[in-house]
Design a protein around this ligand. Sequence first.
Ligand SMILES: Nc1ncnc2c1ncn2[C@@H]1O[C@H](COP(=O)(O)OP(=O)(O)OP(=O)(O)O)[C@@H](O)[C@H]1O
Length: 251
Amino acid sequence: MALHTKSLADAADTSGARNTTPLLEAQGLTLRHSDATGISDISLSLYRGDIVGLLGLNGAGKSTTLRILCGVLVPDQGSVVINGQSMSDNPLQARAQVGFLPDQPPLYDDMRVCEYLTLTGRIRGLKGKRLKTRQLQLIEQCALGDVQRKIIGTLSKGFRQRVGLAQALIHEPAVVLLDEPANGLDPQQMDGMRKLISDIGQQQAILFSTHLLSEATAICNRVAIIHEGKLVADRPANGDDLQQIFQGAIS
Ligand SMILES: Nc1ncnc2c1ncn2[C@@H]1O[C@H](COP(=O)(O)OP(=O)(O)OP(=O)(O)O)[C@@H](O)[C@H]1O
């Protein structure tokens, strides 16, 4: 796994990606919930080929950050630009370039998997041959072939996550945001999810949240540590000091 992690980091670093415009640029994001919790002054950039783990404990602010980045929440302060489109000035154009898998996948339990992918594709503006092609690609990529005719409500947690991921990817977004995609999966399903994230991260930029440092270092080229609403580190995932930094931040 260490070798795999290194190859991902190298792929991102040797592609010249750092010389290009970020696919996602967040500056000074601040949001206070009614009870004064939330996030404060979070800045983050993602480039093509980045797979970044947003690592933090329960309540650290991971979901709040991801929801702001995908345009579901509006921050009190700060800005988000997705592939050159400002989330505040051009929200439709910016949101069209983001795929989001929330912590609870937004599924319709009484639909079949293939019907759901048709629906979510249409919502994202796909139709005709393009829609059919993307459905077929995602059924293969997310290994949904055996369940494509099944009712979503009958699927296991792992397959529900895969369907949720497929809806996040259907419009080929520049930026993919995943809120604890491996949560509740068994080790085999977790391996499958990691492989999927590694595959899609080659062409896009991915930010996913996790509680686990091991999860982040397994597939990411960078790890951003969030604690009590603040970003306390943003480092290469293969840095020897990550464990120490994470322990220091949360103790
Ligand atoms: N809608 C809301 N209203 C009030 N407080 C909220 C709301 N959403 C989140 N919070 C609070 O903001 C803080 C950050 O929550 P958030 O869900 O972003 O954390 P998280 O890192 O995703 O946590 P977890 O790992 O448990 O999902 C927490 O203290 C949470 O209770």
